[in-house]
Design a protein around this ligand. Structure first.
Ligand code: NCD
Length: 307
């Protein structure tokens, strides 16, 4: 049973069966990356370019490791030290990369829709590694996979996404993925960090972190994306931390077992207190580990069906 899509541009365009296939495939790859010999020959004839127009630590390393574990040939491109700085367009840059016989492109770009645009104008298989404030599909897949691993399934679970929803691609991809898998979603943020009409996505909205925590099984904490904010949306980070930060006092008061997630990078002391981020109920590093298996599954399934 193949995936229903040729590219991974977003979660919105996936079926529930696609997500389940990716999870089943990731289960196998997770076994592989925990073996002494962590490599399989599955993508031996495939060349993949990682094209990053925006900063990244986890996502870039995770994709690169996933590609290498699958024995693909890998080239890396960072816009910050490339000819983009000399005025070359996105399409020209990519056509030049493709002229070197590249089969797949993993791209992060600051413009929403950039990977969709590329998929229309190039023959390569495109994987969206984050397009502006739009989608970050592999992050949502690894987040849901980590919930499934911890709680047995995503179906019927109550998941809260807390933080800067307006500027976060992680939020939108997570909403789509969680709902496709049958979870209920609550968003918690100050009104200035929620996009207009977001309630039309059939999510619950709260402006109280305490109310949100009392409701949820899982709390996914998001960073305040100051680099994307053109105006001041909160009075100060200190005030935000006071009203919307997750701390151990709050968790003790609520007194129930909540799983804490974060896509990283963490801003300790702002959206999450160190004591919580480093506690056993936080699965932040499990998310990172699962990211490699999920990306292996995505690359493998896309390459297999385009072969
Ligand atoms: C996120 C991103 O870049 O979208 N990080 C990630 O990929 N793990 C979230 C963020 O930057 O806050």
């Amino acid at each position: 049973m193949p995936l229903s899509v040729r590219h991974l541009l977003g979660i919105k365009s996936l079926l529930r069966s696609d997500i389940e296939l990716i999870f089943k495939t990731a289960d196998e790859f997770k076994k592989v990356i925990n073996r002494p010999i962590k490599k399989v020959p599955s993508l031996r004839d495939i060349t993949i370019a990682n094209v990053f127009f925006e900063n990244s630590t986890r996502t870039k390393l995770s994709f690169e490791l996933a590609e290498k574990r699958l024995s693909a040939d890998v080239i890396n491109f960072a816009a910050s030290n490339s000819s983009v700085k000399k005025g070359e367009t996105l399409l020209d840059t990519v056509h030049n990369i493709l002229a070197m016989k590249v089969d797949m492109i993993v791209m992060r770009h600051s413009s929403p829709g950039a990977s969709h645009f590329l998929s229309l104008h190039t023959p390569a298989i495109i994987v969206n590694a984050g397009d502006g404030t739009h989608e970050h599909p592999t992050q949502a897949l690894l987040d849901c996979y980590s919930i499934r691993e911890k709680l047995g399934s995503v179906e019927g679970k109550k998941v809260a996404i807390i933080g800067d929803i307006s500027h976060s691609r992680v939020a939108l991809s997570n909403i789509f993925a969680l709902q496709k898998l049958g979870a209920e979603v609550m968003l918690c943020a100050p009104p200035t960090l929620l996009p207009p009409f977001i309630e039309q996505l059939n999510v619950k909205i709260s402006h109280s972190i305490e109310e949100t925590l009392r409701w949820c099984d899982v709390a996914n904490m998001l960073r305040i994306q100051l680099e994307r904010q053109k105006t001041a949306n909160i009075p100060s980070l200190r005030e935000y931390a006071l009203y919307f930060g997750l701390n151990s006092r709050l968790l003790e008061r609520i007194g129930k077992e909540i799983i804490v997630m974060h896509p990283g990078p963490i801003n300790r002391g702002v959206e999450i207190e160190s004591a919580v981020a480093d506690s056993p109920q936080a699965i932040i590093l499990d998310q990172v580990e699962n990211g490699v298996a999920i990306r292996m599954a995505v690359l493998y399934l896309l390459a297999a069906q385009n072969a």
